[in-house]
Design a protein around this ligand. Structure first.
Ligand SMILES: Nc1ncnc2c1ncn2[C@@H]1O[C@H](COP(=O)(O)OP(=O)(O)OP(=O)(O)O)[C@@H](O)[C@H]1O
Length: 342
């Protein structure tokens, strides 16, 4: 099922939570809505679900206008971060619930509900826990049961709001891989909300980066990481440094120090550089220089910070883990790769 979001505006008591948002979600796609708190991710998800209705604009399911349709009519499945399973019901009854409360005409017979429940337990790789109660499960198992419950009514679209938000890092990572595999097997059009960029980049076919009620960029992990279209996307995705630079005759300079060449027009620009895109030069070379003030270990590398005097800026550079990095060590660097924004 493809979904079209056309020029959606959403106001809460005149406060605009979304401004003119448009997005085409392809059938079978796994899409992440990524952005800081308050950027409008959940509002967009709830509009797609039919839990909220747009102030202006349309939502299409396939070629049909679904803007005025209810959640049930849209036939979507949901999982939220604190998705409460019914505590007094077994896992199997939780999963079968959506089918068992259907009106008689469309309700499958009990044996069929049990068969389908077992199939879903197998699908979420928890075949033997049907008789347990939610209290007897780990957080990760509960979220998988929640997903099985969302899938039970054979939704056309799956919507997940920070489904793994409350879980610890290792479990989140395992569940991500698991969700990706599940998606490959079942092929549901899936939209999930996250503020965790690793989660978005690792899971999604395409990432929708949002800020202040607007879509900043839609693209693959490579697009948003390597070809960010705005300063916001550059600094929100991954680590970054920003330097005020001047371009004259194709030469870029920062505080009078030449940094490289560009075909950008003469004038003032904002240069963005990732910490691993600096080349470390001998201390006496001409470049951006200072003394290391702070370092921290990040995986196989080390992040070092130093303060530039002119212009006053803190620069973060990635160094090999075994590079000299005691506080006070002189350091000189030059960007190897960068992006300029007006
Ligand atoms: N029911 C509501 N009534 C009034 N304002 C709301 C309502 N729901 C959301 N908002 C406002 O709309 C804006 C977007 O909220 P939304 O929940 O969509 O952001 P979000 O990106 O999902 O944030 P978070 O990551 O914190 O959940 C926020 O400023 C929020 O305060």
């Amino acid at each position: 099922m493809k979904i079209g979001v056309h020029n959606i505006r959403k106001e809460f008591d005149r406060y605009p939570a979304l401004h003119d948002v448009s997005l085409d979600i392809r059938s079978g796609e796994l899409i992440a809505l990524l952005g800081p708190s308050g950027s409008g991710k959940t509002t967009l998800l709830r509009l797609i679900a039919g839990l909220e209705f747009p102030t202006a604009g349309r939502i299409l399911f396939g070629d049909e206008d679904a803007s005025a349709k209810s959640v049930q009519e849209r036939n979507v499945g949901f999982v939220f971060q604190h998705y409460a399973l019914f505590k007094h019901m077994t896992v199997a009854d939780n999963i079968g619930f959506g089918l068992s409360v259907r009106e008689r005409r469309s309700r499958p017979p009990g044996a069929e509900i049990r068969r389908r429940t077992q199939e879903l337990l197998d699908l979420v790789q928890l075949p033997d826990i049907g008789r347990r109660y939610p209290m007897q499960l780990s957080g990760g198992q509960r979220q998988r049961v929640a997903l099985a419950r969302a899938l039970a009514t054979e939704p056309r679209v799956l919507l997940l709001d920070e489904p793994f938000g409350a879980l610890d890092a290792k479990v989140r990572k395992d569940l991500r891989r698991w969700l990706r595999e599940l998606h490959e097997r079942t092929g549901h059009t899936t939209v999930f909300v996250t503020h965790d960029q690793d989660e978005a980049v690792e899971l999604a076919d395409r990432v929708v980066v949002m800020s202040q009620g607007r879509i900043e960029q839609v693209g693959s992990a490579d697009d948003i990481y390597d070809r960010p279209e705005s300063p916001f996307v550059f600094s929100f995705i991954g680590q970054s440094n920003e330097l005020p630079v001047a371009v004259r005759g194709g030469e870029i300079a920062c505080g009078g120090v030449p940094l490289g060449r560009t075909d950008a027009a003469d004038g003032a620009w904002r240069m963005f550089v990732r910490p691993h895109d600096f080349e470390v030069l001998p201390a006496e070379a001409r470049g951006l220089s200072g003394r290391i003030s702070l370092t921290r270990r990040v995986g196989g590398a080390r992040m070092a910070e130093f303060n530039l005097a002119e212009p006053a800026r803190r620069i973060e550079v990635e160094l090999p883990a075994d590079a000299p990095s005691e506080a006070g060590t002189p350091i000189t660097v030059r960007p190897r790769r960068w992006q300029l924004f007006a």
